[in-house]
Design a protein. Structure first.
Length: 136
């Protein structure tokens, strides 16, 4: 249950700051991305301090660090796309793409669907077809 709760909190947090942030005037999207990344770093440092520093090793650190770099680039691209295309168009593109990428990562990195039965594969195929149809 904690995993689902964390996912819900993440979605709510993402959804409550992104749209209003488009109304905050910044000189350019790089500055906006910097402030968002700095706020995330501050929050991550707070969580890290509360969890303790004892378990931090390079083996534990490198993958989340790479994830943070990917997140920063994607945040910059999201801000840039939103400023050029508008929130409704951009969200209509990135929401389905997020689902597709999440499925791909689940299959490639976490071996999801390896033991799935034919019914699950059929539902997955139907879901992917619906997502791709929505992108058209």
């Amino acid at each position: 249950m904690p995993g689902a709760l964390y996912a819900i909190i993440t979605v709510l947090a993402w959804g409550t700051w992104l749209a209003p942030s488009q109304n905050v005037p910044f000189k350019n999207q790089q500055i906006k991305t910097f402030y968002v990344a700095a706020a995330n770093l501050a929050l991550a440092t707070l969580v890290f301090a509360l969890q303790g520093f004892g378990g931090l090793t390079w083996d534990v650190f490198w993958l989340p660090f790479i994830g943070g770099l990917v997140w920063s680039v994607s945040g910059f691209l999201a801000f840039t796309a939103t400023s050029r295309l508008g929130m409704a168009r951009v969200f209509g593109i990135w929401a389905p793409v997020n689902v597709l990428v999440s499925l791909l990562w689940g299959i490639v990195l976490f071996d999801e669907f390896l033991t799935a039965g034919p019914r699950t594969w059929l539902l997955l195929a139907l879901a992917l077809a619906a997502i791709l149809t929505g992108l058209d």
